[in-house]
Design a protein around this ligand. Structure first.
Ligand code: NAD
Length: 484
């Protein structure tokens, strides 16, 4: 079994009190690693290390730090297959997905921010009698807290801009998926990143996560995770006036207008619903279909879903692996039961699946992709974030009704609209209360664009200049022209 350690002040080390937690492989339900169960004393050490590295790191030029990001990207790229295999072991997601999405994006996050930094021009504002210059300094030591669904992908999405803008880091990955964060720490260590610039502390949210939130020496918190946890983060960090970025949950809609290309919409809706077993914050778990196209769309959608191969995540042929844990599987199943209580009917799925698994005796957190119809769009299973392979179908008769259903959600993260009329798609998208809306596509990402949610889905935006803004403080320097 692998022994994962914290990475503090350039040293791999156990929790100060020596306690550990187990990391579980959800496909076999076996223990694959131990991680430190860190406490506030470990966070304290990480903050001291970060502070001692802060001055030297922030005094490098942006260009020099962009160079570091390039070197990190190159080093991670060499390990891409190792990252993908490890991510699959830790999460149960198909290896093909870990390769295509998790490993690839972890590399491109660093490369993107390096390139993006080089394209920036100094910001200044000319007045008749003076010139304003925007001067950026780092926030300081920042706390980065991340979830289990896209472990290294989301951690690197924060680490890259935080390093670029001259911050030092205390990071906490999810205790459920700690392994690829450890690969990142090993990589930075091999590259001789100055000690203390990046510190990694493993452990439980209410223990080590909370200690990061509460530490007065941490000036900014970038958090991605559930809305309930986000509330705790805000409650703790906001009164300390820490800079705060909250990327939270969602209950995203996929809207099929009556003029949609049925084949394209079916493909897109299946992908939006069941990628990573429905465990992407952007997944479309409420599908709204115009009545005029429902007869063509619904049977084709259900057929395609029932053909998805659920099985061993290591197999090339697998479309969907496990969900993140057996406990999570039970949560999703409880929503399937709730759907039946709420008057729903299961069109496909609804039971655990072990197809293609090499160890059929293992319990494994497998669940077939499940499609439910007949529940109200205001029902609990159509309004609460389930974060698993289960979607509800709803029909509408006109655009306003569709918009009312979509915007009734407390969440506002993402959505997709499917129509052959692109102008209509744009107009419809602009009325959806959410941070991202795709027209005729899903999870199509340009890293320069703003990413984030409104309502219960979060506060603030990441991506491109929004990440650069979050990870820096701005000073406007106004210089008066002489004799004017
Ligand atoms: P979670 O909120 O349970 O945990 C996220 C992180 O917060 C983990 O590292 C956890 O240990 C830590 N944490 C828990 N309690 C804490 C506390 N009291 N103080 C500080 N840290 C604490 O979320 P999860 O179950 O790991 O991830 C799934 C959720 O994340 C879903 O709701 C999903 O929508 C959301 N998510 C959002 C985005 C986005 O960009 N908006 C992206 C991915 C996932």
């Amino acid at each position: 079994m692998q022994e994962v350690l914290n990475y503090i002040a350039g040293e791999f080390q156990p929790a100060e009190d020596g306690t550990t937690l187990y990391d579980i492989n959800p496909a076999l339900e076996t223990q694959i690693a131990t991680i430190p169960r860190s406490k506030s004393s470990d966070v304290e050490k990480a903050v001291v290390a970060a502070h001692s590295a802060q001055k030297a790191w922030s005094s490098l030029t942006l260009e020099m730090r962009a160079g570091w990001l390039d070197r990190i990207a190159d080093a991670l790229e060499v390990k891409a297959e190792h990252i993908a295999q490890t991510e699959t072991l830790d999460t149960g997601k198909p290896l093909s997905l870990s390769r295509r999405v998790d490993a690839a994006r972890s590399v491109s996050n660093f490369r993107f921010f390096a390139d993006f930094a080089r394209q920036q021009t100094p910001e200044s504002f000319e007045m008749d009698d003076a010139m304003n210059y925007v001067h950026r300094t780092p926030v300081g030591t920042v706390g980065l807290i991340t979830p289990w669904n896209l472990p290294l992908y989301l951690l690197s999405w924060k680490v890259a801009p935080a390093l670029l803008m001259g911050n030092t880091i205390v990071a906490k990955p999810s205790e459920i998926t700690p392994l690829t964060a450890n690969i990142l720490a090993q990589t930075l260590d091999e590259l001789d990143l100055p000690a203390g610039v990046f510190n990694l502390v493993h452990g439980l949210g209410p223990e080590v996560g909370q200690a990061i939130l509460e530490h007065p020496g941490i000036q900014g918190i970038s958090f991605t995770g559930g809305t309930a946890t986000g509330r705790i983060v805000a409650r703790t960090a906001a009164p300390m006036f820490k800079k705060l970025s909250l990327e939270l949950g969602g209950k995203n809609a996929t809207i099929i207008l009556e003029d949609a290309d049925v084949e394209l919409a079916v493909q897109g809706a299946v992908k939006a619903a069941f990628t990573n077993s429905g465990q992407v914050c952007l997944c479309g778990s409420r599908i709204m279909i115009h009545e005029a196209i429902a007869e063509a769309f619904i049977p084709a959608f259900v057929q395609r879903v029932s053909e998805l191969k659920v099985g061993d995540p290591m197999l090339e042929s697998t479309d969907m692996g496990t969900v993140i844990s057996y406990e999570h599987l039970q949560k999703v199943e409880s929503y399937i039961e709730l759907a039946l209580e709420e008057g729903g009917k299961i069109l496909t799925g609804g039971t655990q699946a072990m197809t293609g698994h090499p160890h059929p005796e293992a319990r494994g957190a497998y669940l077939r992709p499940t499609v439910v119809t007949g529940v109200s769009s205001a029902s609990r299973c159509a309004t609460e974030e389930i974060f698993g392979p289960m979607v509800t179908l709803h029909t509408f008769t006109d655009e306003q009704q569709a918009l009312d259903m979509v915007n009734a959600s407390e969440y506002g993260l993402a959505g997709s609209v499917w129509t052959k009329d692109l102008e209509r798609g744009r107009a419809f998208a602009s009325q959806i209360e959410s941070g991202i809306v795709w027209v005729n596509t899903w999870l199509h990402r340009d890293l320069r664009t703003p990413f984030g949610g409104m309502k219960l889905s979060g506060v603030g935006r990441e991506g491109g200049r929004w990440s650069m803004d979050f990870f820096s403080e701005l000073t406007n320097i106004c210089v008066k022209h002489p004799d004017q």
